[in-house]
Ligand binder design. Sequence first.
Ligand code: PMP
Length: 370
Amino acid sequence: MDAREQVEDMLRPDLRGRTAYGAPQLDVPVALNTNENSYPVPHVVVVAMTRAVEAVASGLNRYPDREFTALREGLAAFLSRSGTAVDAAQVWAGNGSNEVLLHLLQAFGGPGRTALGFTPAYSMHPIITTTTGTAWVDGMRGVAGRGAFDLDAGAAVAQVREHRPDVVFLCSPNNPTGTALGLDVVEAVHDATDGLVVVDEAYAEFARPGTPSALTLLAGRPRMVVTRTMSKAFALAGGRLGYLAADPALTDALRLVRMPYHLSSVTQAVALAALAHADLMLETVGVVKDQRDRIVEAVAALGLDPVPSDANFVLFGGLADAPGTWRALLERGVLVRDVGIPHYLRVTAGTPEETTAFLDALAALVPTHA
Ligand code: PMP
């Protein structure tokens, strides 16, 4: 037996033969494949972060504040700017919202339990679910007479009632479709289950006006959590800081599963420095939203089929050969995402120049590839 076979032999049976999460990290001129913010961290914030790291560096011989108290207060103050008051005790954080989701599944999922999400949605939801030994149920999106990727309260509730999951994932705005959910759907799903309802709002800051956050529903609903991240609008994907808001009783339960000191002193310092400059860090959101709207329009003008988006990316269909178009765009230096939906690709809205590069490359391909 070679090493690979020996490892495969030892592996948990449910992990055998699986492939790892794999958005390609390629060195290309125009990277529009992982919904990052294309704009670098502003210089003023770079200086503040550097100072903050310097200030904690000599204390790195000690473990960090396990309760990340200052960071929770900073995140609570930031969320409260939305108009819904959020207290530090309601906030939990991790190394990216992926880790926050993992904590939720470790605490509220597990062997013998089930989580349901409405696909196509964020590909890590089923991966995080199954790595915790929780069973995954693929719910379906699609509303007759509306979009194939919409979800309405009736369809969502029927699926929740049928499968009786312990955890329900709602993703709004949804990755990879960009579709935001009405709060009526969130409320109806909450009332149809006695399990946990996770509203993944990684892209909330990009939503078009009139798309309220589920933060407004949290009061009096201890079975609901709203997850957010600093990786997208906040332009801090490399800083790895995700967070959630929920009832203090729920955040308290997450202490049972987190590793002690999971947020390093450096992570806490960098995230706090970014939060202290929240307006500056979020300054590019308007430009990115404009590019998103420009992509929707321009892609439609090419005769393709963009899905209306409340996020910083656009899913577009109508491609005869999506993997072929993906490769041809890459040959022109533009990396987008093939999310595995036949005839569709997803592109992140970046700078105006990146958008132009993408649209020019796509326009040159459409007659042959669409
Ligand atoms: N939720 C959704 C819907 C996402 O698209 C992503 C990142 N692609 C995440 C969560 C996780 O992001 P992070 O771990 O960087 O916070």
